[in-house]
Design a protein around this ligand. Structure first.
Ligand code: CP
Ligand code: NVA
Length: 301
């Protein structure tokens, strides 16, 4: 059987995504009921992380413990990868020892190269271009609060970054309308927008994007690796803050999501982040359940 990687949301079919969300919600309930599920007993996940992480690392590590397996956390400081050993060789070696590898890195092309030489499934734990694991959790959270997202309207406010790109993939796969509002020069990749045509619309005005939306989403203005642009971005994005005035334009029962970490007073105000429409803590928790369902799917024998 061909090895299944999860580098973008397009690596799963729409049916698989919906089934995965259902399974994640089921695993969540089973965990709360104290049921022990150990489908990955004696199996090992390697986490190769070249960027910081709280949620992604902890959710994968907790998932493997709960599933009866183990995790190895590998930072570039400790591995030969950090001293220049080629990605191809690292992929060949790791995949002879572990059952699955999750990678957080900069260039998306790096994870594609790793996957091409890996004999085991590779999961994208965030690249500069995509963050598909976060989308599984976001979609699970929407389904749990509001049911199917098909035919709904989602507003993405801010940077056309990795999260925005994965929202574009999600819109195509789950058939929702995505309105992206970004400042000039910070729009999502036009190729991805073109691939999502019919589902995705890019505009300038955040008020237009949010009008009547069922879900409002934002993310930091400067992603990991863009720290030197922080001051310039603060200026360019100042009109793109999700605050109470902007949320008022959305549908009355609209939800607010943010993958976190959040910068209060920048892309979102504290009253929205902690307000009644915000589901960010459920969204963060669902990283655990959604990734358990993902691991189960990729490691199915
Ligand atoms: N949302 C997210 O991926 O968080 P971390 O960077 O903490 O993993
Ligand atoms: N866009 C952010 C997401 C963090 C989870 C980043 O890449 O830093």
């Amino acid at each position: 059987m061909a090895i299944r990687h999860f580098l973008t949301l397009l690596d799963l079919t729409s049916e698989e995504i919906v089934a995965l969300i259902d399974r994640a919600t089921e695993l969540k309930a089973r965990l709360r009921d104290g049921v022990i599920d150990e489908p990955l007993k004696n199996r090992t996940l390697a986490l190769v992380f070249e960027k910081s992480s709280t949620r992604t690392r902890v959710s994968f590590e907790a998932a493997m413990v709960q599933f009866g397996g183990a995790t190895l956390f590998l930072s570039p400081r400790d591995t030969q990868l950090g001293r220049g050993e080629p990605i191809e060789d690292t992929a060949r070696v790791l995949s002879r020892m572990v059952d699955v590898v999750a990678i957080r890195t900069f260039e998306h092309e790096k994870i594609e190269r790793f996957a091409a030489y890996s004999g085991v499934p590779v999961i994208n734990a965030l690249t500069d271009r995509h963050h598909p694991c976060q989308l599984l959790a976001d979609m699970q959270t929407f389904f749990e609060h509001r049911g199917s997202i098909a035919g709904r309207t989602v507003a993405w406010v801010g940077d056309g970054n990795n999260m925005c790109h994965s929202y574009i993939d999600a819109a195509r796969q789950l058939e929702f309308r995505l309105r992206v509002a970004s400042p000039e020069g910070y729009e999502p990749d036009p190729q991805l927008v073109a691939a999502g045509s019919g589902w995705v619309e890019v505009m300038r005005d955040p008020r237009e994007a949010v009008a009547g939306a069922h879900l409002v989403v934002t993310d930091v203005w400067a992603s990991m690796g863009q720290e030197s642009e922080q001051a310039q971005r603060l200026e360019r994005f100042s009109a793109y803050q999700v605050n109470r005035d902007l949320m008022r334009l959305a549908a009355p029962d609209a939800l607010f999501m943010h993958c976190l970490p959040a910068h209060r007073g920048e892309e979102v105000t504290e009253d929205v982040l902690l307000g009644p429409q915000s589901v960010v803590w459920d969204e963060a928790e669902n990283r655990l359940h959604a990734q358990k369902a993902l691991l189960e799917l990729l490691l199915r024998r």
